[in-house]
Design a protein. Structure first.
Length: 196
């Protein structure tokens, strides 16, 4: 029985495996190519939208230079690679008028309201050399202020260049977007001169 299995059944199973593989190959052989030969061909927007590069901040809809980030630190605490560093903004120092009002409220026994710190981060650093591109920071961000970049042309020549200040990058992107398509100035037509 062992010889029969070895010399008859096993070759039939091997041929069946080959037929299944050739079926898959034949199916894709007739379809158009998916591979983009980069220097000779350009990458279309459909392929760019599926590319996931380094992490970047998303700006607010009304002010693209200001991040949606509320400095909740969820991205930092959930990052397995420890590649994100967020520094919260400090509360502004009260003006002399505010200090006098706070002192008067304290003496009157009322609750003192101190100025609150803005929710936007003061600093948002990202070390791309440590990142595993797992997307945990993006998934755990409550205001959805992080996303993967679609920039496939980004190149770094040293490790220092891979430490990215995401706030500066967001402001740079906002100026590129606002400066890329300036609104054309409409000039009034010059009055026609009468020929004498």
């Amino acid at each position: 029985m062992g010889r029969f299995r070895k010399h008859v059944i096993q070759p039939i199973l091997d041929c069946w495996s080959l037929i299944v593989g050739l079926k898959i190959t034949g199916k894709y052989f007739c379809k158009p190519l998916i591979t983009v030969h980069y220097p000779r061909q350009t990458i279309d927007s459909e392929n760019l939208s599926t590319y996931g590069g380094h992490v970047e901040l998303i700006g607010k809809p009304k002010d693209p230079a200001t991040p949606k980030c509320i400095s909740c630190m969820m991205c930092v605490t959930n990052c397995p690679s420890n590649c994100l560093k967020v520094v919260k903004q400090k509360a502004p120092k009260p003006t002399p008028e505010q200090e006098a009002a706070m002192k008067a409220a304290e003496e009157a026994g009322e609750k003192v309201v101190k100025p609150k710190a803005p929710k936007n981060p003061a600093k948002f650093m990202y070390d791309y050399t440590k990142c595993s591109l797992c997307g945990t920071c993006i998934d755990n961000c409550p205001p959805k202020s992080l996303r993967f970049s679609n920039n496939i042309y980004w190149v770094a020549t040293s490790r220092e260049e891979m430490n990215i200040d995401l706030l500066a990058r967001l402001k740079e992107q906002a100026t590129e977007v606002s400066g890329a398509a300036p609104t054309p100035k409409v000039e009034a037509p010059a009055p026609a001169e009468k020929e004498a």
